[in-house]
Every structure is written in C-alpha cells, then in structure tokens.
Design a protein around this ligand. Structure first.
Ligand SMILES: [Zn+2]
Length: 152
C-alpha cells in the first residue's frame, strides 16, 4: 500500500482514531441499541461490508461511518486533504464505492441498512430517536429480542 504521510499531526490523530474499532461513536451507538432492547453482533465479518452492528435474524445491519473516511455528503468533516489531493480523491471515492456496494448487497439479502454518521453522534437525542424509529417496531417501541446482546 502506497500511503502518503499524514499532512499534519491533527490528521495523523484523526487517522488513528477512525481506523480503530470501538471508537466513541460506536460505543455511543452500542449503548443506544442496548437501551432500545436490540440485540446485535459487533463487527460482523460474515456480512457484506462487515457492518459494525448487525442482527442477522432480524435482518438489520448498521454502519457507524467516520465522516472523513466515508466522505459524508455535505458534511463539513468530509474534506479532501490538500497534500496528495489526487490520491485522497481516489481513495475516498473508492471508499464510497465500496460502501455503496456493501449496502446494495445487504439490501438485496433483505437487510435494513442503517448508516450512522460520526457527526450525528454530536446530537445523541436526535440519533436515539432515529434509531428507535428505524429499528423499533411500528409503534416506536423496541423490538423484543430473545437473543442476548453481545456488547463491549
Ligand atoms: Zn458528517
């Protein structure tokens, strides 16, 4: 892999943070899913795109996306570094293509796919309501789950 050096200490810190599993946004989402009574598996390698959270039986998969790495459309954090601009443009576009492919494959397999963007975790009350709406039942109540949650 021919990776250019980070353009700044700040960027280097960002790269470290977003490439690790169990980041603050993921921990927050895990807590919300548990509070909704939703069972999940973490970092599900057997599904397209390796979702951060999924429940195969309930047919949902959730990705917690860093706004930089997954190039969140319209988001302030979705910048392209000035240094090595061509590399980053292609790299981030490739990430987007890979994400889109995984989402298509999951949907084709009957999964509800939920994307949580890192910037959404700054408004947890809004995010919590969205997750309840997307993954709860029609009346907005959590779906009862016989499987034990596998949390951190
Ligand atoms: Zn964002």
């Amino acid at each position: 892999m021919n990776r250019p050096p980070p353009s700044s200490p700040e960027r280097s810190d960002l790269m470290r943070r977003v490439r690790r599993r169990g980041t603050a946004p993921e921990t927050l989402v895990a807590g919300m899913l548990r509070a909704l009574g939703l069972a999940y598996r973490l970092d599900v390698a057997g599904l397209p795109g390796r979702p951060d959270f999924a429940n195969r039986r309930r047919r949902w998969a959730l990705f917690v996306n860093g706004c930089f790495w997954h190039h969140h459309t319209g988001c302030r954090a979705a910048t392209i570094p000035k240094a090595n601009r061509a590399f980053w443009t292609e790299k981030l576009a490739a990430n987007r293509r890979r994400d889109a492919k995984a989402i298509r494959a999951l949907r084709a397999a009957g999964f509800r796919v939920v994307l949580v963007w890192e910037c959404e975790t700054r408004r947890p009350e809004v995010l919590r309501a969205r997750l309840a709406c997307l993954l709860g039942d029609r009346r907005g109540r959590p779906v009862p789950e016989p499987e034990p949650a596998q949390g951190p």
